[in-house]
Design a protein around this ligand. Structure first.
Ligand SMILES: [Zn+2]
Length: 380
């Protein structure tokens, strides 16, 4: 959901719209326009679908307000929020950190559905107040009142990562004091609702006869199932990585090579013998000049290996992403994932003190995770 176009920002929070939102607007325009067309035969077809489109756009605005309620509650509780992304199933507030206490998680999670309930109430009051006025106005108000009520109820389904799942997680977390178990329970319920929606959707499509609604429901179920699984893994990962520094996981610094060493010598004398994919290239004083990686080597034709110095093809320091021994492992891994690096040199005072290798780190995480589960099983 990270990929989207930034449309504007509110109070320093970037609002991104994923391309899939266009599909959502189209579906709302079509289905609401269709409903208006049947319900108000006196309207022209154009009016019905234009108001369908207006309803879709206003739904977009109310979903955004729902997300802003999450974001501003998070920020008021010391959790920075940089972006909100709107996509086909609604919105996501991208918290940079997980809430530190059950109370904060509860408040941040409940803020969105409460806001949707308030919006639904406001639209309902306006709908009643303007009753007898132009049907073009009351029809849209009635739609917004009911869709926001549905949004509030849907989001309160107690399955992680829906808002209701976060509310449930915060409550289990508060009772048991065990965030891992709370996450496990809430995401299993989320997964269960996902399957329930898929089954209900398929039944609706093939037995009930409403193919579009059924497929839509199944699609939401599939999304929920995926999101529950992914969020659980992410939550476990964040938990495992808390407080771990790069120095705890990095491999010891490989002996560097000089800048004039040829590719031939670097590959045969260092990379192959040590099974390493990246060699630090150091100056005469031992300071890091750059990193010679396997992909750098692959740029050079085989015939030129014996005559090309490492300094000519290495990734030089100014183009190199590096980390420090005391950096957080979570942040370092995020940087690697973002740039698709397999290794990151760990630099201290201009010298390479280690290499962070993605493969090794993942093995380490699996081991630590397995040990943590054993310990927990032992306790209960
Ligand atoms: Zn929400």
């Amino acid at each position: 959901m990270g990929n989207g176009v930034k449309v504007f920002s509110i109070g320093g929070i970037g609002i991104y719209v994923n391309w899939s939102w266009i599909i959502a607007i189209a579906i709302v325009t079509w289905s609401v326009g269709d409903f208006f067309h049947v319900t108000y035969p006196s309207w022209s077809t154009g009016t019905a679908y234009a108001l369908g489109l207006l309803s879709g756009v206003l739904l977009f605005v109310t979903v955004l307000i729902h997300e802003l309620a999450h974001s501003f509650t998070a920020r008021a509780n010391g959790l920075p929020v940089n972006t909100i992304t709107l996509f086909i199933f609604g919105g996501v507030s991208n918290l940079t950190r997980e809430p530190q206490t059950p109370r904060i998680e509860f408040l941040v999670a409940i803020a969105g559905p409460l806001m949707s309930l308030v919006l639904s109430g406001i639209f309902y009051v306006l709908y009643i107040a303007l009753h007898g006025g132009p049907t073009e106005v009351t029809a849209v108000l009635g739609y917004l009142a009911s869709v926001n009520l549905i949004l509030a109820i849907f989001n309160l389904i107690p399955g992680f990562p829906l808002d209701g799942g976060r509310v449930l997680r915060s409550i289990v977390w508060a009772i048991t004091g065990n965030l891992r178990r709370a996450t496990h329970i809430a995401s299993n319920i989320g997964d269960g609702f996902g399957y329930l929606f898929i089954v209900a959707g398929l039944l609706e499509a093939f037995v009930g006869g409403d193919v579009i609604a059924g497929i839509w429901l199944a699609f939401i179920g599939w999304f929920l199932h995926n999101a529950a699984t992914a969020s659980y893994q992410q939550a476990v990962m964040d938990r495992v990585l808390i407080g771990v520094e790069v120095r705890n996981v990095m491999d010891p610094a490989p002996a560097g090579v000089g800048p004039s060493l040829t590719i031939q010598e670097a590959v045969e004398g260092h990379m192959m013998t040590r099974g390493t994919r990246a060699l630090p290239v150091n100056g005469p004083d031992g300071s890091l000049l750059g990193l010679l990686t396997l992909s750098d080597v692959q740029q050079v034709p085989r015939d030129d290996w014996a005559t090309t110095p490492a300094s000519k093809v290495m990734t030089s320091l100014d183009h190199l992403q590096t980390t420090t021994p005391d950096a957080g492992l979570r942040e370092a891994l995020a940087a690697m994932a973002e740039h698709n690096y397999n290794q990151l040199p760990v630099v201290s005072n201009g010298r390479v003190v280690g290499i962070l290798n993605r493969g090794h780190v993942l093995q380490w995480i699996h081991l630590r995770e397995a040990l943590a589960q054993k310990q927990e099983a032992g306790k209960s």
